[in-house]
Ligand binder design. Sequence first.
Ligand code: NAI
Ligand code: MG
Length: 353
Amino acid sequence: MTQTIKLAVIPGDGIGQEVVPEGLKVLQAALQGSDVVVETTTFDLGAARWHRTGETLTDADLEAIKRHDVILLGAVGDPSVPSGVLERGLLLRLRFALDHYVNLRPSKYYPGVPTPLAEPGEIDLVVVREGTEGLYCGNGGAVRVGTAQEIATEVSVNTAYGVERVVRYAFEQARARRQHLTLVHKHNVLVNAGHLWRRTVEAVGAQFPEVRTDYCHVDAATIYLVTDPGRFDVIVTDNLFGDIITDEAGAVTGGIGLSASGNLNPAGEFPSMFEPVHGSAPDIAGQGKADPTATISAVAMLLEHVGQVEAAARVHAAVEADMAARARAQKSGQPLVRSTQEIGEAIRARLVG
Ligand code: NAI
Ligand code: MG
């Protein structure tokens, strides 16, 4: 029976416009010859739309996006737009409105890939970052702005409900992987939120006796990610800590151009959204220098999410093979210098044989 995937595409800004087409080509190649049909709708969202109309994400856009099964996003944010307008009004609004309570960010080290670590060892971890609460939910305000008496607050919101559902998801991931879950927080100082997280991990963990649990303060976690990243399997953490440590995990595994993520609504009430971890990279935008690999890996996660597990595995394998080719070239003293399109094409070609 034919499966139709209704895909909402948001290329967004900067290199988002360059990497998303490569991701889409790989998606088509991965499904070639199968009975899966992808119907794409491209949404004009981001800096250009904002300049033209003053709109970031209208209710009508949101309703239209909700009618899709899944979303592929490039990146949003542009120096010509005040910082925060697009990030909050578009990206965070999507994550909140679509109740993307799991932000799933895997980091895997491919042997031979340049890394700042002298001995990276085996790195294969996944960060399950809470996506709808914490310091990012817009609970705060400012008064007397611009005066010497300015007051600014951002309140971290942590609900028993919100923590429980993301912790449960993380345990399920850990059970399916290497049965090890690390809570990263700062409960020695953030005693209210921290102990809610700690107690929740203990309570949910009792239902997953096969999963070993650990705890790290976030500052220590930033050390271990550099000195001993192999110790991690699944990390569960809040919105801000997860944002920070996933950039670091991306850096130690070979760079931000490789890290993919999923903003998931595991309950399936709303479409989940897949994207590279990186932003719109205005410093290299429009030059064909962006590495589309993160977006291609996001496509693999997307395929897994819609049940196309075999196609997803082939995309992962194609990425892995390309990584090996890079490593060989690097070793031979002639590192590959390729454009966004050349990398996309190299990976696509491995899928269609
Ligand atoms: P960024 O991730 O865009 O860039 C950081 C550095 O990494 C830059 O030097 C860039 O050239 C490099 N880089 C990023 N992606 C790359 C790729 N695929 N290939 C090669 N090099 C790559 O982060 P930055 O500069 O802090 O933010 C730029 C804009 O993006 C801002 O407006 C920010 O708010 C937004 N942003 C959006 C995100 C999203 O849409 N999910 C996530 C992070 C930032
Ligand atoms: Mg970030």
